[in-house]
Design a protein around this ligand. Structure first.
Ligand SMILES: [Zn+2]
Length: 237
């Protein structure tokens, strides 16, 4: 069974469009495997939460340290005060004043520490939720990767089969017509061949002259759409 040249060109075009579609999707997959925005965003949120928590914890430690050091000073001054070794009233008064000042200071520090501890707790909750989110994003990325790798393998194998089909399809196209087809491809969105459907071009939908329709039906030579200039292939049924 011999195929007309328009039919052979149309078949070639279908295979080549399919190959182009595969190549486009394969490129997208390569890009998607290379970068994962969701994980990057979750990682950033996790780092932010860590950076927010750290200075608060440090502040809490400083406050606690200062309070302990003040308490120690209160203890030693108190010991001196009641040791009986200091008899100078001015000195004794100074010591009492110092104890009172340190006690006041520690009351203030305790209040501040409570506020900081509340902030630390909030920051810890935020960090925990950022960590959960990051784990989820990483897990889902691993799953997505598996899906993408499956799709990539399938498309690559299909593409190999399509390239073989293309080789076979090329056998039915004359060298002159192949040259013509390849020359038209860039100007015709990779679709230099259109079907004649209900007397109209399937690409631009313009109705054709009777003489064109009759030539296309015969399929003995190439016939072109009177509007978009594509090669017309007559398809019965
Ligand atoms: Zn047309």
């Amino acid at each position: 069974m011999s195929m007309s040249q328009p039919e052979a060109l149309f078949r070639l075009q279908e295979i080549e469009l399919n190959i182009l579609g595969h190549q486009k999707r394969l490129k997208e997959i390569t890009a998607a495997l290379g970068d994962n925005q969701a994980v990057a965003t979750a990682q950033e949120a996790y780092s932010d939460a860590q950076n927010y928590l750290k200075p608060l914890q440090q502040r809490a430690r400083q406050l606690d340290h200062e309070m302990q050091s003040n308490a120690e000073k209160i203890r030693t001054t108190n010991d001196q005060l009641y040791s009986g070794r200091v008899r100078n009233p001015k000195e004794l008064q100074d010591m009492q004043n110092e104890i009172a000042a340190l006690t006041r200071r520690n009351a203030e520090l305790e209040e501040t520490l409570l506020e900081v501890m509340v902030a630390v707790e909030e920051a810890e909750t935020r960090l925990k939720s950022a960590e959960t989110h990051l784990n989820e994003a990483q897990q889902s990325a691993t799953g997505e990767h598996a899906d993408l790798l499956d799709e990539q393998r399938r498309l690559q194998s299909e593409n190999r089969a399509l390239l073989q089909k293309r080789e076979a399809a090329l056998q039915d196209v004359t060298p002159d017509n192949l040259k013509l087809y390849n020359g038209m491809r860039p100007r015709k969105s990779n679709q230099p061949v259109a079907m004649l459907v209900n007397q109209s071009c399937s690409f631009c939908r313009v109705e054709q002259d009777l003489s064109i329709i009759s030539e296309a039906r015969k399929g003995q030579k190439l016939t072109y759409c009177l509007s978009c200039g594509r090669i017309l292939v007559y398809r019965s049924g």
